[in-house]
Write a protein that binds this ligand. Structure first.
Ligand SMILES: [Zn+2]
Length: 121
């Protein structure tokens, strides 16, 4: 069902969507603030540096902090919205969130005309 019409849309908005799978840690600077570093440290300490996701391939040793509610969904940079995760699970989680965001975006573009003229273009 996806024709070259859809492909053209993707090329058009490529700038905005090209970071798929890397919604954070992309050098945006947002996660590099000292505030976030403090939150990260507090979350890791609270969760005793044990991965909270435990997906397959989990190393159990958390070294990163994931947003429970992603920032794109209105989640905040706070200890309560963070959980300790290992690098392996964090990758899986980030991909899942990116996939969910793509699905949401696609649903928004369900009308053919909206697809031709994506918002914010
Ligand atoms: Zn894990």
């Amino acid at each position: 069902m996806v024709t070259n019409h859809g492909r053209r849309t993707e090329a058009c908005t490529g700038r905005a969507t090209e970071g798929r799978g890397l919604s954070w840690g992309q050098g945006s600077g947002r996660t590099g603030t000292s505030q976030w570093r403090n939150i990260r440290a507090a979350v890791l300490q609270r969760d005793a540096r044990i991965c909270q996701l435990k997906y397959s391939g989990c190393t159990r040793r958390a070294s990163e902090v994931d947003h429970i509610v992603s920032v794109a969904d209105g989640g905040s940079d706070s200890v309560h919205n963070g959980r300790a995760v290992c690098t392996s699970c964090h990758k899986v989680q980030t991909q899942r969130q990116a996939a969910a965001a793509r699905r949401r975006q696609r649903a928004k573009l369900s009308s053919p005309d909206a697809g031709r003229y994506p918002p914010g273009h």
